[in-house]
Design a protein around this ligand. Sequence first.
Ligand code: B12
Ligand code: SF4
Length: 658
Amino acid sequence: MGELAPVGILSLAAVLEARGLQPEVVDLNRVYYEWRQNSNQNETDFCSFAGACFAGRHFDFFGFSTVCSSYPLTLRIAAEVKRLHPESVVVLGGPQASVVDISTLRAYPFIDLVVRGEAEQTLPELVDALAAGSSLEAIPGITFRRNEDGEIVRGPDAPLVLDLDALPFPAFHLFPDVRFCRHFPLELGRGCPFACTFCSTNDFFRRRFRLKTPAHMIAEMRRVKQTYGINSFELVHDMFTVDRKRVEAFCEALLESREEFYWGCSARTDCVDEELIALMARAGCRGIFFGIETGSSRMQKIIDKGLALNDSAERVRSCDKFKINTAVSLMAGFPEETMDDLRDTAGFFVDSLRHDHADPQLSILAPLADTPIQKQQKDSLVLDDDVADMSYRGWRQEPQDHAMIAGHPEIFSSFYSVPTPYLEREFLKELRDFLLNGQRAFRRLLLGLHQDSCNIVDVFQQWQQWRTDNGVYFSSGDRTVYYAQSGFAADFFQFVRLHYIPAASRAPVAITALLEYETALHGRDHESDIQQEKVTDDHEELLFPDSRPQLLPGVNVIKLPADYQEIIRRLRQRSPLHDIPEGPVKLAIRRTATGPAEVRQLSPLSAELLGLCEGSLTVEEIAAQFRQNKIEVSGIPADKLCLAGLEILRQQRLIGLA
Ligand code: B12
Ligand code: SF4
């Protein structure tokens, strides 16, 4: 929950505290989890439950932060609060209400007013005016319903906060869960000067790029470290890397500070290069969010993103080189998008899997209110789903929310879809589920299939055909559930084994090897349940002639038909797979309680040794077998070789002593 610490709200709370007020912050995410855990959900709906949290809180002013995905729910909770406290002022702010202010006030009389845009300057003025009972007309940045005639008045925009260093430190003490953050959120700056047609945040911060100074940021980071003991940060800014010199200055200041701070940020791939990425990595950058959006050069121009995709791929590679994790964020479902464009996007998604530090993401376009795309398509939006993509979080839309959404497309546009005349929507959604879950469940195989087939979409179409021929059907609502469960991978492996390899593969040996590898990884949970005799994993313990080495729990050895390391090397370098020679190899897979499984290709000697470590033979007996088989390497006698080999296997945590 700490991951969702609302920096904007806490910034406002700090501003109010600085004026001697005592605001409280209610974390509705926490309230939601409490409702899920502690209440009978059939009897109490979430809004009543949340309303109860506000019943005992007597404030003059209740403010709600809003984003598109939870806007219906936020409004319903606000209605409950107004019902409980009719004398209080109920106010909305944040990215969603700011742009649908007038329509919201028209549709929902329980909302008194909306604060638009950045509110650090507006909110104190508003609070003062409300306390004094004076007119609101002179306050910039608000939209309100006039008491006298009920008319909705939209004043001019509020000025931007130009000096972000002047803002007080956010009131994190009002949000105790922040201490659970793995990456502590700190605002680095505001405003992106670009103009992508689907984006709402450029306009929200009025395209005015601003950054806090390096000295101020480092002081805030130090304060977090001292208060919470956290040294890893999520630095919030839509587009930190607009000005290269300022990124360099920040990194250099961090290096000079000698603090061990780790951080993540957002960037465009055309605003960084390998040299800058190297500097960022040295200064503690461990994650970059790259909004690449589409893998099609044609669509890059149409959506005014304008990235050169070869360079984008290069930047993802550079980050991998410096061990920076990248979120490679892609979208599909633009109105002009054709099958060729979609193939390019799917291709970009899978291509990025060549890099271990890349995490591709694919979402379907949601037309955010007041964006160029939404304005262009506002008369043709379609509500085709109970669970629209914006709320694609695994829970179902409540009927009350659905009714609100259906009644007000102008307010809740993100729950609608834009028409995609060249693409079938169900196809798009299934492809998204396939890719997202495929990369989680069989990353290497997915990449191998993409490379073998020239485009993963071809494999996907064959899979769709095969699954229907073999009776794997689902309704559109069950599709996401099917793909998220382990049965999908099991079915898909069958498809690859029984259909794809014999009928379509140009590199059957390599694809079989990848399939065997993924099947073994996939089956690992069942195997790890098998009870094993207690085996000590103390690699300091000496090996004695009567010790009985045995595979450690969680380790298994699998046989593949071809050199796995060579396949992975070729995948990384995009070299052909069809001429991988057949030749069995063994891999040891070691599962760890945390993190991904460790995979090691075994030399013939290690494979032979591991085969003998089944717990019944002593070291002496294993050495005897080596002698008998006359195993020797570079003149080293079998006994010594055996002992050295066993020691290495122990250091690699593959065997222990029974
Ligand atoms: C960090 C972030 C997240 C984080 C954490 C969110 C959180 N709760 O803190 C994560 C990754 C979890 C996330 C998730 C999502 N996010 Co997000 N996120 C952001 C991001 C990059 C920064 C938010 C931030 O801290 N900004 C800095 C602060 C200072 O600004 P602020 O929050 O807007 O607050 C200021 C004003 O809005 C105003 N204000 C805010 N609340 C209130 C309340 C009152 C009463 C008043 C008076 C004023 C006021 O005053 C604040 C100070 O000036 C923004 C983009 C951006 N740069 O803002 C997107 C953004 C908010 N996210 C967005 C979206 C769409 C989502 C998701 C729906 C994505 C998805 N499909 O899942 C989810 C929704 C999750 C949720 N329910 O909160 C959109 C919202 C668009 C919209 N029209 O609503 C944004 C704007 C990005 C975009 N694509 O355009 N997000
Ligand atoms: S670069 Fe990113 S933040 Fe800037 S307009 Fe485009 S999508 Fe929005």
